[in-house]
Design a protein around this ligand. Structure first.
Ligand SMILES: Nc1nc2c(c(=O)[nH]1)N[C@H]1C(S)=C(S)[C@@H](COP(=O)(O)O)O[C@H]1N2
Ligand SMILES: [Mo]
Length: 318
């Protein structure tokens, strides 16, 4: 029998994590970080294993992508993550150290000229790496602003050589319950699955992330390859990808399978469309207790609004 246990992020963040608890936890983490910097964040990995692509960082910043707010502190972004494969709480950095990111193979499947697999280091070295400053807005109403490194998803699509009949690209995370204890929770529809239309995937903002803060991606952020689609809620940003499948059928995504009344395929940010159980009008920026107004398409409407012109009948904002 399947027992559905609702994930904690189905509550607004401020209810899921009372601010005083958060405050104390931050203090604790701060003290921990000051004493032993290798304990949290990605430096633990760097200390024991050398990332084979480390020489590529920092990548040159692309000045076309600017922020309206300060960057989130690395220690804040690195210690407050969603990665259900390693637990349904936010402090998964430690547990995520179990993620084995080499060797790592990525496959291109379905409607492509020729299905193939590629080693992650070959793929990363074949792509034009750059750094972009992006905002990220989680559906739980917290947000951050970070310097991602990686490459335009349009470059990956070119590399994959999809057929013109492909309408969607489906992305999946690894599936290994021995390594990722969260995947022992059988009521979740592993592996984590997300998807974009081909128009979304080739929009200039869609970005494949391989690094952050001028370094290879620490494990808790979804190393060695994750997505960034800053105009959509954070759950679209699938981590630790092993598979790209091109198809003419819209996938049912991970959170849509868990709770389709609350999470859908499009998940574009819209402050006027509330989650069934909380408002999306404002957000808390990680590292502060201040709330700021949320913007339509998370502020990226100029680049992406036209993608949805012919889709008025769809529920574009959940
Ligand atoms: N495989 C996988 N990808 C995932 C998730 C997850 O649990 N598993 N969580 C998503 C959610 S809800 C968010 S908000 C972002 C969080 O990214 P961050 O931890 O880098 O801030 O990752 C997304 N990608
Ligand atoms: Mo999220």
């Amino acid at each position: 029998m399947l027992i559905k246990s609702p994930p904690s992020w189905q509550m607004p963040e401020r209810e899921a994590t009372p601010e005083h608890v958060l405050f104390n936890r931050r203090h604790f983490l701060g003290a921990l970080a000051a004493g032993t910097t290798t304990l949290i964040g990605g430096s633990a990995f760097a200390a024991r294993e050398t990332d084979p692509t480390a020489d590529l960082y920092p990548a040159k910043r692309n000045g076309n992508f600017v922020l309206d707010r300060p960057l989130t502190k690395e220690s804040d972004a690195s210690s407050y993550n969603n990665f259900y494969e390693f637990g349904s709480h936010k402090r998964i950095a430690m547990e995520a150290r179990r993620l084995k990111i080499r060797p790592w193979t990525v496959s291109f499947e379905g409607m492509v000229e020729k299905e193939r697999q590629v080693d992650i280091d070959t793929l990363i070295r074949a792509m034009p790496l750059e750094e972009r400053l992006y905002r990220m807005r989680c559906v739980e109403a917290w947000s951050m602003a970070v310097p991602w490194s990686g490459f335009a998803m349009s470059e990956l699509v070119k590399y994959a050589k999809p057929l013109s009949s492909a309408k969607y690209v489906v992305m999946q995370t690894f599936h290994d319950a021995k390594m990722a204890s969260g995947q022992k929770q059988v009521w979740y529809p592993w592996p984590y699955t997300e998807g974009l239309t081909m128009a979304e995937a080739t929009n200039e903002l869609a970005f494949m992330v391989t690094g952050i803060y001028g370094k290879p991606l620490p494990k808790q952020f979804g190393a060695p390859l994750r997505l960034a689609v800053p105009w959509k809620y954070g759950f679209k940003a699938v981590k630790s990808i092993v598979r790209f499948k091109f198809t003419d059928r819209r996938p049912v995504t991970f959170w849509e399978k868990v709770q389709s009344a609350e999470y859908g395929f499009w998940a574009n940010v819209n402050p006027k469309v509330s989650h069934p159980r909380w408002s999306q009008a404002s957000e808390r920026i990680l590292g502060s207790t201040k709330r700021v107004p949320t913007l339509l398409y998370n502020g990226y409407g100029e680049q992406v609004a036209s993608l949805y012109d012919g889709l008025k009948g769809e529920n574009l904002f959940k």
